[in-house]
Design a protein around this ligand. Structure first.
Ligand code: PLP
Length: 421
């Protein structure tokens, strides 16, 4: 199922059947107020709120099952190890990887991309080899490749976009050539919501024997991901954007690739045998998990994936589609607002500016009204340069948002207009 949504007007749409109020009841923080106003949380793209099930799983880990994992001979350590490796199997099932050894736990999407750049890139790429990125990328999928460029002399090619923020597949195809070794793209733009057609990109890249890395930090939140069906070589994401805890993320990599990659950090847990003369390394995924891993966060991630999987994915997608269409319609009706990102395939993220008002002022006034949005460059400065702006206001929706949250946003913007009139 592809939950990518369009920006069709929502005026005649009936609200979908997803029981959002029931879901909201799972998220304790949503019932708190901010500045004396009920919270309208529209910043899930930065980090999503956590359901009770995730919070409880983390507490349970610390209350009943906590110890350091691996090598412990005592009961608690064995239980903690089982839970940690169980979380890995849960991730494997969630993204439909072939094996749990294709799942590496990292700190987040950023660390996963750095891992691939340092280990795979540092080993297999050399002077003149090309990595294709796009102007839609988050800095997390730009800077690691620039660091690698400094070390190795690789060449970065950048797929452009147009005024709608769409991903031009033909331009991507034109950039992929005999020297391309990797196409590394975001699945969904964190600023515009643009959905990149991953399967088509993979077809193009593989036809040139290039690998594909997908930064799924935003993508996996809005649509189920099947790494085998997509045929990607690497896919990564962060737990905290997927209703799970911060401090844990995932790198999926094809087993043969991971096996060929050297460690990128050294320490405990990633070795087979250490002597002062020579060290041999554990097979993947342990090879890439030096040091004590995020044990409780893994339990939280497991619970988050269970939570997401317990919902009707099609109903959640329809709900998010409705939010996007409704927000696009209401914002589009405001004269002073300019919307960025109107590509036909979009996830539930809207970015905008307001004539003559700085995004930070808008964010501050909205905050006083209890509406939490993100303002600024969203770690996507090249995309800001493309639109020739310093920043935007971004509202990004989670499964717990409602049309009422969007009404609060619009009311807040009316207030901004009054103040700046
Ligand atoms: N990639 C995209 C598209 C993102 O939106 C983000 C975070 O906003 C990241 C990567 C980095 O994620 P993290 O900071 O969790 O590593």
């Amino acid at each position: 199922m592809n939950t990518a949504v369009s920006t069709a007007p929502a005026g005649n749409l009936a609200a979908p059947s997803f029981d959002v109020e029931r879901a909201r009841a799972d998220f304790p923080i949503l019932s708190r107020s901010v500045h004396g106003k009920p919270l309208a949380f529209l910043d899930s793209g930065a980090s999503a709120q956590k359901p009770r099930q995730v919070i409880d799983a983390i507490s349970r880990c610390y209350e009943a099952e906590y110890a350091n994992i691996h090598r412990g001979v005592y009961e608690l350590s064995a239980r903690a190890t089982e839970a940690y490796e169980g979380a890995r199997v849960r991730v494997q099932q969630f993204v439909n990887a072939r094996s749990a050894s294709e799942i590496v736990f990292t700190k987040g999407a950023t660390e996963a991309i750095n891992l691939v750049a340092a280990s795979w890139g540092g080993t297999f790429l050399g002077e003149g080899d090309e990595v294709v990125l796009s102007v839609l990328e988050h800095h997390a999928n730009i800077v690691p490749w620039q660091l690698l460029r400094e070390r190795t002399g690789i060449v970065l090619k950048v797929v452009p976009t147009d005024e709608t923020g769409a991903f031009p597949l033909d331009a991507c195809e034109a950039l992929v050539g005999p020297r391309t070794k990797l196409v590394a793209l975001t699945h969904v733009s964190n600023v515009l919501g643009t959905v990149v057609p991953v399967a088509e990109v993979v077809r193009i890249a593989h036809a040139h024997d290039a690998l594909v890395l997908i930064d799924g930090a935003q993508g996996i939140v809005h649509q189920p991901v099947d790494v085998q069906a997509l045929d990607v070589d690497f896919y990564c994401f962060s737990g905290h954007k997927l209703y799970g805890p911060s401090g844990i993320g995932v790198l999926y990599g094809r087993e043969a690739l991971l096996r060929a990659m050297p460690p990128w950090q050294g320490g405990g847990d990633m070795i087979e045998r250490v002597t002062f003369e020579r060290t041999t390394f554990a097979p993947p995924p342990a090879r890439f998990e030096a040091g004590t891993p995020p044990i409780a966060a893994a339990a939280g991630l497991h619970a988050a994936l269970d939570y997401v999987a317990s919902l009707d994915a099609a109903a959640v997608a329809a709900h998010e589609h409705d939010l996007l269409a409704y927000a696009s319609e209401r914002l589009g009706a405001l004269n002073s607002i300019r919307l960025y990102g109107t590509a036909p395939e979009k996830a539930a993220i809207v970015s905008f500016t307001m004539d003559d008002v700085h995004p930070h002022d808008i964010g501050t006034i909205l905050d006083r009204a209890g509406v939490a949005v993100r303002v600024g460059h969203h770690c996507a400065q090249p995309l800001m340069d493309h639109f020739d702006i310093a920043g935007t206001v971004r509202a990004s929706f989670g499964l717990y948002n409602t049309r009422a949250d969007i009404d609060r946003l619009i009311d807040g913007l009316d207030e901004v207009r009054e103040i700046f009139a």
